[in-house]
Design a protein around this ligand. Structure first.
Ligand code: A2P
Length: 289
């Protein structure tokens, strides 16, 4: 998995990694360890997931077992909504580094655009970047209006915008805007919660290449320029999801998948996410000590 993309600040980021949303500490530790041992270099977590400690343990054990160095990995985590605001963003990094047991992050993302706070938050992200504990800063779940607002106030253009995207939710307008702004798109839930995996067109293409539906979707992401971070807690799937470099989707196959877009984001996303307050209240179960 040597394939990387060069971010707008010159940092190289792997184009395929492991996501660990909906994974507890114990399971995250195992998945991360397996993934790194099987060649993954990019790991994506968030304080919100409540598993930074497990991710950190998985990293440490994998490095010990493989003889790899920390600098061979690319670790992303995300600022929790409840920590948004200038001072609290500055303070949040320490807790995150402590839980992950790391001295620096490769990428730190603002998890959601909490209205009324994301500009101050971004100013703090810029400060943390300048202090050198983060190799790149970015955002997640920013639609074009909020991203434009952020850009109007930013000194540093986000390196990455991580969005929910998959064949039935392609976010073409967001891709276009971000490409234009020099921001790398990254796909969360790239397999689309099952619906994309069972799509007949995707499965037809998969059969033709003797690959799985998941591999076709991840390859499509790769060819359309997204960084992609499928989650799996199963070793066989972790291995399978990284085995996408021995085949290529034709233009006609890319087009066929491009036609599957239904603009279908997860329901909760529309209902809760961009009203950061409601989302914040939901979660208070990790330990910042
Ligand atoms: P599991 O963890 O049991 O393997 P996404 O990253 O798009 O949110 O998708 C994650 C979901 O897809 C999880 O439920 C995961 O289940 C499942 N999944 C991950 N990889 C594969 C695969 N190669 N084939 C089928 N399902 C997969």
């Amino acid at each position: 998995l040597e394939q990387t993309t060069t971010l707008n600040n010159g940092v190289k980021m792997p184009k395929l990694g492991l996501g660990v949303w909906k994974t507890d500490n114990k399971s995250a530790k195992e998945s991360v360890k397996t993934a790194i041992k099987k060649g993954y270099h990019l790991i994506d977590t968030a304080k919100q997931y409540g598993n930074e400690t497990g991710v950190g343990e998985g990293i440490k054990e994998a490095l010990a077992e493989t003889g790899m160095n920390r600098k061979d990995l690319f670790i992303t985590t995300k600022l929790f909504n409840g920590d948004q605001g200038y001072e609290s963003t500055i303070n949040a990094l320490e807790g995150t580094l402590k839980r992950l047991d790391l001295t620096y992050l490769d990428l730190y993302l603002v998890h959601w655009p909490v209205d009324g706070k994301y500009i101050d938050t971004w100013k703090a992200m810029e400060e943390l970047y300048r202090q050198g504990k983060i190799r790149a800063i970015g955002v997640s779940n920013f639609d074009n209006d909020r991203l434009q607002d952020l850009l109007n106030h930013a000194d540093i253009v986000p390196a990455v915008n991580q969005m929910e995207t998959n064949p039935i939710n392609q976010e073409k307008g967001i891709l276009e805007f971000n490409n234009h702004a020099g921001i790398q798109l990254e796909a969360w839930s790239p397999l689309g919660g099952g619906e994309a995996l069972s799509n007949p067109e995707v499965n037809k293409i998969a059969e033709k290449h003797n690959k799985s539906a998941a591999q076709v979707i991840l390859r499509w992401d790769w060819q359309r320029g997204f960084v992609t971070i499928p989650k799996s807690s199963h070793e066989a799937r972790i291995i399978q999801n990284s085995d996408i470099f021995d085949f290529e989707l034709s233009e006609a196959e890319m087009d066929a998948i491009n036609q599957l877009d239904k603009g279908k984001r997860s329901l909760w996303y529309e209902n809760f996410a961009w009203h950061g307050g409601e989302y914040v209240d939901e979660v208070d179960h990790w330990d910042d000590s």
